[in-house]
Design a protein around this ligand. Sequence first.
Ligand code: AMP
Length: 391
Amino acid sequence: MGWNSLDDMDLSGKIVLTRVDINVPVKDGVVTDDTRIQRILPTIRDILSAGGKPVLLAHFGRPKGQVVPEMSLRQVLPALEAALGREVTFVETPSRDALDALPADAVVLVENTRFTAMEEANDPQMAGFLASLGDIYCNDAFSAAHRAHASTEGVAKLLPNCAGRLMQAELSALEAALGNPERPVVAVVGGAKVSTKLDLLGNLVSKVDHLVIGGGMANTFLAAQGIDVGKSLAEHDMTGTALEIMEKAKVAGCEIILPVDVVVAREFKAGAENEVVAADACPADAMILDAGPETVAKVASVLETAKTLIWNGPMGAFEIEPFDAATNAAAKQAAELSKAGKLISVAGGGDTVAALNKAGAAEDFTYISTAGGAFLEWMEGKTLPGVAALG
Ligand code: AMP
């Protein structure tokens, strides 16, 4: 795979610079959700048990190269200590001597890397300074790996390096889903717009066997085929692009699955009066808010035969019931197949995680990435600088 894991490194007596993502939500100085902290604990614990001294590097918020007290990582310290069950040493301006002077089993958290503009500029001077602080670099922040910053990319090139446990899990799951997947591979892509997912669709049609297009973006594909989608959310200026994607899919041998029936309503609100109509029969004064039961059945039959599923974006306006039905049905089925060992399912991207959680399906997916932007860029087939720098 081209990168090392913690198991490949001799960590004993070493200072291990560990890039993590603890950009957690904070209200009035208190962490309100420590999920991101929980997810880096295995890495910290494994470094400690191998005799290394973890020195955590992280960003917090967008201070834009300035020291902004409200964006100090100091406020994350109590939640980190509580999760880890031990004391963590906070340092504003680290020095090698000071880090060496700490006990061998110390855990250190360094102040917000973005308090200097050198971080986002990937300034070699900052990368060099960071490298001078440690012996080994460990990147456990997949969610920041799409950015080439001093603490995610520059420093990695200057030290022996490895992926942390969370990064390792992300990369293994992504490799299983798109790198060298078991076929047939199905992708479900939904969400509001085609325009935000152009690169993603373009990459997927050359990689997967079936591409289910749902959500608002399916309306654009229906419109591209000359279908009147009434008042539906659709990007009429993107219909040419939609046709190009369909052509590319045809050449690549990828089957595109669009809704054959749809749920329409006159209002975008929960409980709005609705009806199921054929995909080409949306009334002029109505909008498509979900895929219909026949479409759900079609997706179900594709999922039955699939070995791998990759999912981004809801199949309908999932936040407002009952327009979450198609998303829920497909998500539950994918979860059951995964639980039964018949399907490898990987999902990610902001709204996707919320949609799968709402469907009660998230738990049984093989892997759910919480990495947002990095996950999308990876699905787009882009090289992530923070990953490329490892190895
Ligand atoms: P995205 O951020 O691109 O993944 O889009 C997710 C958003 O798309 C969610 O807020 C959904 O409510 C919305 N969405 C999905 N299907 C539709 C639809 N048919 N009409 C309007 N909005 C939709």
